[in-house]
Design a protein around this ligand. Sequence first.
Ligand code: 8IG
Length: 277
Amino acid sequence: MLESITNPLDDPAADPFEVAREAAAQLAEKTGVERHDIALTLGSGWGKAADLIGETVATVPATEILGFSKPALEGHVGTLRSVRLANGKHALVIGARTHYYEGHGVRRVVHSVRTAAAAGATTMVLTNGAGGIKEHWKPGTPVLISDHINLTADSPLEGATFIDLTDLYSRRLRDLARTIDPSLDEGVYTQFRGPHYETPAEVQMAKAVGGHIVGMSTALEAIAARQAGMEILGMSLITNLAAGIQKTPLSHQEVIDAGRAAEPVISALLAQIVESL
Ligand code: 8IG
């Protein structure tokens, strides 16, 4: 309760971009890194990439930075890491995602993206664990996000802010990722509110309207990243086939196990992609 009172993003009169600028200034001070070039949000299954992309310069608990929320999972410490890549660029690794289903509002969901942009990042890499609708995607398959369908009925944009979302997930970056792994498939990410998984009927609806991946993050973050002028690379780790596509009920444990099993491979892949950005 106290936390929600003290988060400036919960004040409707606050300017979320001003909060992000202040957060970026705090980040620069705590990491000693004035400017970050790229940012990565690492979702389930992707965390090990942080260790592979370069040398960690500083790790900051997200709660020490203005506007960030306490992690939803008890005992889980959300961190912001500054990593120096071999090519001298600085990456901000966001290990503290606020999900829409936490109910804190969309400003808090996209605060990390806005902070990364305010810190100088011009490339935003958004990763997640998700359900697959294409039957030939076995659990553990990484796929590129080619576009999205936002079923949250919400937006990080406020007021009459009309922003084009054509080629939201950069074709250039998708092509670049495929120079590292030509076998990478791609699909349309469908963001549901969660936190429940879909019913089989909802999965069929997503399929009918052109979705290939189902998840609970990323789309709202991508919109905010586009608003900030960033180039976006989106990748999903398929940890399970979506409800009804797979014949057995979805289990959170299964999802975690699939993510863990795939983690070394996909993290190495992502590190190679980041190196080439
Ligand atoms: I991991 O099947 C993961 N996240 N909405 N549906 C949705 N989110 C997910 C799923 C899934 N698997």
